[in-house]
Design a protein around this ligand. Structure first.
Ligand SMILES: C[S@@+](CC[C@H](N)C(=O)[O-])C[C@H]1O[C@@H](n2cnc3c(N)ncnc32)[C@H](O)[C@@H]1O
Length: 392
């Protein structure tokens, strides 16, 4: 992929841009294989051929820092000196996402949304402006969810007033909301989400299951590769055919729903109450839509994955567990619990092979038997890896 921003030294996000794509994938395969081989008990999973991605236009979500001025907003990133870099033509975004940025920038001007800015340091730091980020998600059906991350509620009335004009310019806009993030901290979003449209969920269709995405919920970044990830997980789970399955760190239910089957009890656990509400809504729709048998015994609950597993509320030991934690991994407590649990099969989907290897070292009785790299993040050193563990 050629990128004028990289060539000009304005953006360094794509650290592998100078390496041809097949080599990137090979290097990632070597990286993860070496990490797993470094765990004495982990040697020898069967590696399936890696799932590659298209090289550009694969990101379904844009996180645009808003800088510049009301009259001339800049959507993109901040450089080392705090100056805005326009990334509205970033090659990682599909055309439909790129096309949303000009109407959104015009809206910033029309609704008088002053870009947030911090000047000075320490106690002298002065904050001004309201609009911190624009978070834009594109669904497989080309609908958009737009979130305005704001310092306060000061601009909400203006956003509401001008929203019809934005919708006229951007007919794909299906869901809009404002997230209030009052602190100056390295946190992307705050707790308060204010819906601005009647619709509050974005349908993300993956094979025969349409996951409902709500504003404060995680979704895999690369929809095409996520589809392969859920297919692979579903295939391995079906081979093992557990009658009970937990999906820990379940988000809006991608693994749980793709691994559901008649006669299989599936429990999804997730810290975000919004994601759990979305997953519960999806499963109800699937039951009502004529698939009652397959989804009869699928439930979701909000909570901490480890606290659920070790705590008294867990509905007996499942035959199989899926874990898909954030980059920090599952941690020592959950790894030790899985090790001691006697559960025979665990499916670990990881976006950080270093913490995966650390977690696996903490559960030596669960041996990787199959593994597959899925390149969710081309042009960067990140990747997803799915590992099937079996008790020795
Ligand atoms: C990598 S995402 C995976 C989501 C989901 N499995 C999917 O495929 O979309 C990790 C998820 O873990 C959730 N999470 C973070 N900390 C958690 C915790 N302590 N307990 C349960 N879920 C947690 C996040 O909110 C996020 O949805």
């Amino acid at each position: 992929m050629q990128c004028p921003h990289y060539d000009a030294g304005r953006c360094h996000s794509c650290t592998l841009l100078e390496i041809d794509y097949p080599t990137q994938v090979l290097d990632k395969e070597r990286h993860v294989a070496a990490l797993l081989a470094s765990i004495p008990t982990a040697a020898g999973p069967q590696w399936l051929p890696a799932v590659s991605s298209v090289e550009s236009g694969f990101r379904n979500k844009a996180k645009m820092v808003v800088s510049g001025t009301v009259a001339e907003p800049v959507l993109g990133i901040l450089d080392g000196t705090g100056r805005g870099v326009d990334l509205t033509d970033c090659g990682l975004y599909p055309d439909a996402l790129q096309a949303s940025f000009a109407p959104l920038a015009a809206f910033v001007t029309r609704a008088n949304l002053e870009p947030y800015e911090v000047s000075g340091r320490g106690k002298r730091a002065q904050q001004r402006g309201e609009l911190k980020y624009l978070l834009v998600t594109l669904s497989p059906d080309a609908e958009l969810m737009v979130r305005f991350v704001l310092r306060s509620q000061e601009a909400i009335a203006r956003i509401r007033k001008h929203l019809p004009s934005l919708r006229a310019e951007l007919p794909a806009l299906a869901v809009a909301s404002a997230n209030i993030q009052p602190t100056h901290a390295a946190v992307l979003e705050g707790d308060l989400e204010i819906p601005l449209t009647e619709r509050t969920t974005l349908p993300m269709r993956i094979d025969d299951i349409t996951l409902d995405l709500r504003p404060q919920s995680f979704f895999q970044t690369n929809t095409a590769v996520a589809t392969e990830l859920y297919r692979q997980a579903g295939a391995w789970v079906d081979e093992i055919a557990p009658s009970s399955l937990w999906d820990l760190y379940c988000g809006v239910g991608g693994f749980a729903l793709h691994c559901a089957a008649p006669g299989r009890a599936v429990t999804g656990i997730e810290i975000s109450a919004e994601a759990v509400a979305a997953a519960s809504g999806t499963v109800e729709k699937l039951r009502d839509g004529g698939q009652a048998d397959r989804f009869r015994d699928v439930t979701f609950a909000a909570g901490d994955a480890t606290a659920f597993a070790v705590g008294p509320d867990a509905p007996g030991l499942p035959e199989m567990v899926i874990v898909n934690p954030p980059r920090r991994g599952i941690g020592a407590d959950l790894a030790h619990w899985l090790e001691a649990s006697g559960i025979d099969h665990v499916l670990y989907s990881s976006c950080n092979a270093t913490t995966l290897a650390k977690d696996l070292a903490g559960m030596p009785s669960l041996r990787p038997v199959r593994a597959r790299l899925l390149d969710m993040f081309p042009q960067t050193s990140h990747y997803e890896v799915l590992v099937l563990l079996e008790r020795a």
